[in-house]
Design a protein around this ligand. Sequence first.
Ligand code: SIN
Length: 314
Amino acid sequence: MPASLKTHFLNEEYANPFMNASGVHCMTVQELEELSASKAGAFITKSATTSERQGNPKPRYCSVPLGSINSMGLPNEGFDYYLNYVIKHQEEHPGEAIPFFSVAGMSLKENLNLLERIQESDFKGVTELNLSCPNVPGKPQVAYDFEMTEQILNSVFKFFKKPLGVKLPPYFDFAHFDTMAKILNQYPLAYVNCINSIGNGLYIDVNEESVVVKPKNGFGGIGGEYIKPTALANVRAFYTRLNPDIKIIGTGGIRTGQDAFEHLLCGAAMLQVGTELYKEGVSIFARLEKELKEIMNQKGYSSIDEFRGKLKSL
Ligand code: SIN
């Protein structure tokens, strides 16, 4: 039987597991509509704050040969802009996948307020709480603070009843995988998204003897090929530690169908594409779909569930 990429995720069926990563090609309604019309199985909005934000000074994103460095600083059109869009989209496209909605408050209070507003709204889709933006000067990545993460999730799940996932930064130590998994397992999370960019890398233009992004003296989140092994490790570490009701979204270094296959083998349920979507545009989803199907056909898999999570150990 020819390979099918049909993906079941949180009681929804998607044509394939591919989505954009929040932050790429999802700032404006025009970009979101381009994702909606693309071959992506689902899509997600740019992480919203209460009010519109200009973000960090430019240049703040640079494509480099093995990936990207960014220090965007959460530029976005504000919570209402994206909430109105996702609700309108769900009403105008009944029977189609509802866009995921990403939020990133700057404080516990702001996160709770945004989620309360989603809870009270007509939005019927999935919300992603971004606990891992590395680029706002003076604001450390929330999910590196285990106590704060627990405090946020404790408060959120007192009132939030809609499906909620969290976007995590990469972790680099088994002790941290264990601690974070223990925290996450206490809550009815729909999913965790592994990983955001590897925070605070530095890329240097040797000819200019200079950094390539302006904010934070050139420090920024690293994406693309550089980060695939770290992304795979985080997907695998959480897939093998979290209770099976908490799904994993794999993000990081997906450039080819083979990268996608590897994320799925580690246990990812859906796949987000950032750096390579920025480089190639929305046509990337048709290519990834074709390449992943080719690999599955070569290996004789007709569905993703036949190999998802089945990475072998030696
Ligand atoms: C940004 O806007 O700085 C990127 C978003 C993120 O890494 O969460």
